[in-house]
Design a protein around this ligand. Structure first.
Ligand code: FES
Length: 139
């Protein structure tokens, strides 16, 4: 492990200890909850869209989980402010792994992608493309 990944680990720890955008919105455009079935941890994402119905004006998360899942949610919510639903839907797990900047073991990938999957499914439900009550991360 080089200095680069140390820096990323510090950043993960910082986002875990001081999560950005943690909380709930009073009047979200949509909310969605998801679970990592391997541990039972859940994350809820609340999204408020701008008047154009496409731009993410505010996105926050709440829930419990390990350092990777919480840091991933914190970083993702920071990255998503001001992006569009189309940009959100175009993201994949590689974007999350790149964002975290560390090697993620197959065991922990569900932790890493939980927030992304929840907010993406929330957007799909909002757009009428998906009908699920709770998202579960699969391998
Ligand atoms: Fe539960 Fe990582 S161990 S989300």
């Amino acid at each position: 492990m080089g200095i680069g990944s140390d820096m990323y680990r510090q950043q993960i720890l910082d986002h875990y200890k001081n999560p950005r955008n943690y909380g709930e919105l009073d009047d979200p455009t949509f909310s969605h909850v998801g679970e990592n079935p391997s541990c039972g941890d859940t994350i809820k994402m609340d999204v408020a869209l701008a008047d154009d119905g496409e731009t993410i004006e505010r996105v926050v998360f709440s829930g419990d989980g390990c350092a990777i899942s919480q840091a991933s949610a914190s970083m993702l919510t920071s990255k998503l402010q001001g992006t569009t639903l189309a940009e959100l839907e175009a993201m994949d797990r590689d974007d999350v792994v790149d964002m975290l900047g560390v090697d993620i073991s197959p065991m922990r990938i569900k932790c890493a992608v939980l927030a992304e999957k929840v907010v993406q499914d929330g957007a799909k439900i909002y757009e009428g493309e998906l009908d699920v009550e709770t998202t579960k991360t699969e391998e």
